[in-house]
Design a protein around this ligand. Structure first.
Ligand SMILES: Cc1ncc(COP(=O)(O)O)c(C=O)c1O
Length: 398
């Protein structure tokens, strides 16, 4: 019998990654320089955004976006509870406060209805961080060519009507399409993560994209100590190389070229990486369909619009085993699984700071009790997927 050892995530680095990293090493300049700028340009082109700002994590992209959009002490920001802590923690860096929202069961995301109710209850809130959970776009509504044009009811329209600015947490959402447009050019600012298990990676890294010049300029200054000129520009310029000014107390969030080199190689093959993930999602959809004890993720539009960063299923009331037991049993059979997420209203810090009660988040509670995520990456073999789906079928039902 085959002994399986299927990791939850596995990076595919067999393209030009090494070649480009070698070029950086040979150049003698390892921090931010031409590779990072090339990655910004290419990424902006792919997602259709005017500006892209490469940084050292998705978290720093979120922090920069929030700062550049004027989120300050005391500001309140809608955030779904079903997300990673980074989405909300960046607000605390700025002394602002998250207002947590429950989510929809099938997609694990906020919906226009959830947002509309929240706006009625908290009319003072002026910002939203929407999370494109798992790699699927939230219900933004139909979008025109420019980000200010929205034409049918959706999250964008509710926000525009109520003067709410939107940051998109697209840590999972490259390449994700919404109404024919890629995520990255729709909201006021969009933040991607290139962490090691993401759909494209730089090891650690992130990207902020926007169509708003002011947001881009501010993020560029703040990502490097509040210095008015990028170090790369200083060294590339023929005159006054040494001189710079500090215009704000910024951060140290620039993306080194070693990481950008990996990102460029990953970006070259993003379509291939995406179809590799989609192949896994389609297999799971087909072969886990009809098992009574499990609920599959709900795809609101087309399979190919989804980035398929996660394939998160939910054990339901018909299941013979609970979620924790399920993960243990999968582990014993050589299958790595994970949980996305323990919702933020359950985390000690947020729970105690904001006196949050589980009964205010009934849907997220139901998701949390049942959810677990399966391995999904281009290198996952058919044989491994047969083992994964067969094991789940054996454990849960027919
Ligand atoms: C939804 C979400 N937002 C933000 C982040 C932060 O990204 P990073 O790890 O690149 O800082 C993550 C990371 O996994 C995430 O899942």
């Amino acid at each position: 019998m085959i002994k399986y050892n299927i990791p939850f995530a596995k990076v595919e680095c067999g393209g030009n990654e090494l070649k480009y990293v070698r070029q950086v090493l040979a150049s003698g300049w390892l921090t931010t320089a031409s590779k990072a700028f090339e990655l910004e340009q290419r990424f902006a082109e792919v997602v259709g955004a005017r500006y892209a700002c490469a940084v050292n994590s998705g978290t720093s992209a979120l922090h920069l976006a929030a700062e550049a959009m004027g989120i300050k002490k005391g500001a309140k920001v809608f955030v779904p509870t079903m997300t990673f802590t980074a989405t909300a923690e960046v607000l605390r860096y700025l002394d602002a406060d998250p207002v947590f929202l429950d989510v929809d069961y099938g997609t694990c995301m906020i919906t226009p209805e959830i947002l509309a109710n929240a706006v009625r209850k908290h009319p003072e809130v002026r910002y939203l961080i929407v999370v494109h959970y798992g790699g699927q776009a939230a219900e933004m509504g139909s979008v025109g060519r420019l980000s200010r044009e929205t034409s049918s009811s959706g999250i964008l329209e509710i926000c525009r009507k109520n003067g709410i600015k939107i940051i998109e947490d697209a840590a999972h959402a490259f390449p994700t399409t919404h109404c024919g447009r890629m995520i990255g050019s729709i909201g006021d600012a969009t933040c991607f993560s290139f962490y090691a298990n993401k759909t494209i990676t730089t090891g650690e890294g992130g990207m902020l994209t926007t169509n708003d010049r002011k947001i881009a300029d501010r993020a560029r200054v703040m990502r490097l100590h509040g210095i008015d000129r990028d170090i790369w520009k200083r060294f590339a310029s023929k005159s006054t190389k040494w001189e710079y000014d500090v215009v704000a107390p910024g951060y140290k969030y620039n993306m080194p070229d070693v990481n950008a080199a990996i990102g460029l190689a990953q970006l070259e093959k993003y379509k291939e990486l995406h179809s590799g993930r989609m192949r896994c999602a389609e297999y799971y959809m087909r072969h886990l369909n009809g098992i009574e004890g499990i609920d599959l993720p709900v795809v609101t539009r087309h399979m190919e619009d989804h980035a398929w960063h996660l394939f998160a299923v939910k054990v339901n009331a018909h299941a013979k085993v609970d979620r924790n037991k399920m993960i243990d049993l999968l582990g014993l059979r050589g299958i790595g699984a994970s949980v996305h997420y323990k919702p933020l209203h359950r985390m000690t810090y947020y729970k105690s700071r904001y006196s949050l009660k589980t009964h205010d988040f009934p849907v997220a509670e139901k998701i949390w009790k049942g959810t677990f995520s399966l391995p999904i990456y281009p290198g996952l073999t058919k044989q491994e997927m047969v083992h994964i789906t067969g094991t789940i079928r054996n454990l849960l039902g027919r």
